[in-house]
Design a protein around this ligand. Structure first.
Ligand SMILES: *[C@@H]1O[C@H](CO)[C@@H](O)[C@H](O)[C@H]1NC(C)=O
Length: 365
């Protein structure tokens, strides 16, 4: 190769090398992000209620927590810090048998600090009668938007009482993504139109089990029956990644409020935010979006986006698709995804054969 030519091409070669290095670095970051380190309970969490009743038990290695609901009390724990954005995850195993009225929740909130202007991101698990499936609900609130609920409900493509499954929430300054076993199932991008409804103040992570008899199962028709208790939910593979904004304190909520409002405005969390936004769980690829659509087609029982009775104009973050919309009633329930009553032997087979639901979808096409 002639030196003159090399000299001439050098800037381009360097640019190409820099691009390649950047791609490699980005990929390395993405790969490392998918192996998210889990923590022991004591390294990030504090009991919230029910512990004194013996309703919160830690495993000997401190990495699994069992929450119990019995006729005397539910139970729960909270992260020891509030976080300004982050990635939060747990493997959760739900109680089996007759669990009507039982609610298990895994969520971010600052409702204890901001009574009227709170933010919240929810996974809620709604128990059911024997042989009827648990339902999963997600919800999003920002700045006290409690009169604008953004519920979605799904069936889970597995039996959540047979073994633990992973539920994760990514919350960055740009997007909220809910994951089930690593599959993105709901994406809420932040937009100007969404305004304060996008959660923006630091939140703590909660895990709870409680009696939701008044609403959880068929609008309160089936209540908790303690003859079938105690009800236990196990939480393991705990992940807390993000910028800790302030320590949880129950002694002086007013001081905490000031601290949280302050940290929403400062840029102390900028480094953590960059790390968060470049992690693979914060990036929606075309493939992930396709997987998400497929999951939602098969599992989604209700979405607020197609509930035109409640909200004639859909929320700005709704990805309204006319063909998909026809598969939902005007009250937001799916016409094609149906819960199944499990027969004596079909419970175990469910995971392997979600086919019946798929067939009905194809017929509806
Ligand atoms: C939050 O709500 C209050 C009213 O409760 C309003 O004054 C304020 O502007 C809202 N903040 C944002 C960011 O929308």
């Amino acid at each position: 190769m002639a030196p003159a030519l090399l000299h001439h091409q050098l800037p381009r070669l360097l640019a190409a090398a820099a691009t390649a290095a950047l791609i490699i670095m980005t990929r390395m970051m993405m790969v490392s992000a998918s192996h998210v380190p889990t923590i022991a309970f004591d390294d990030g969490f504090t009991p919230l209620f029910g512990e004194a009743m013996g309703n919160m038990e830690r495993s000997p290695d401190g990495r699994t927590v069992r929450l119990t609901l019995n006729r005397y009390s539910g139970s729960g724990f909270i992260s020891s810090h509030y976080y300004h954005h982050g990635f939060f995850s747990a493997a959760i195993k739900l109680p089996n048998d007759h669990t009507a009225g039982v609610v298990v929740a895994f969520y971010l909130s600052n409702g204890d600090v901001f009574e009227k202007k709170h933010d919240e991101l929810d996974f809620e698990f709604l128990g059911n009668r024997r042989r009827h499936e648990w339902r999963l609900q997600t919800n999003v609130y920002g700045n006290g938007s409690t009169d604008r609920g953004r519920e979605e409900r799904y069936l889970m493509p597995f039996d959540p009482t047979a073994e633990a499954h992973r539920f994760s929430i990514l919350w960055s300054s740009r997007v909220v993504i809910f994951y089930v076993d690593g599959v993105a199932v709901r994406e809420v991008p932040r937009s100007g139109a969404m305004g304060g409804d996008y959660p923006s103040k630091p939140m703590a992570l909660y895990a709870t089990i409680w009696d939701g008899s008044t609403w959880a199962t068929d609008n309160g028709r089936y209540k908790v029956n303690y003859k079938h208790g105690p009800f236990t939910a196990d939480f393991s593979d705990l992940v807390l990644r993000g910028c800790p904004a302030a320590a949880v304190r129950h002694d002086d909520p007013a001081a905490l409020q000031l601290q949280l409002v302050g940290s929403s405005a400062d840029d102390r969390c900028a480094g953590a935010e960059f790390e968060l936004m470049t992690a693979d769980y914060a990036i929606m690829t075309a493939r992930k979006r396709m997987e998400m659509r497929r999951w939602r087609q098969r599992q989604m029982l209700y979405t607020v986006c197609y509930d035109t009775n409640r909200y004639p104009a859909p929320f700005p973050e709704c990805d309204v698709n006319m063909a998909e919309r026809q598969k939902f009633w005007e009250w937001g329930e799916s016409k094609v995804v149906r819960p199944r009553v499990r027969g004596r032997s079909s419970g175990r087979r469910r995971t392997a054969t979600p086919a019946p639901q798929l067939v009905s979808l194809q017929q509806a096409d």
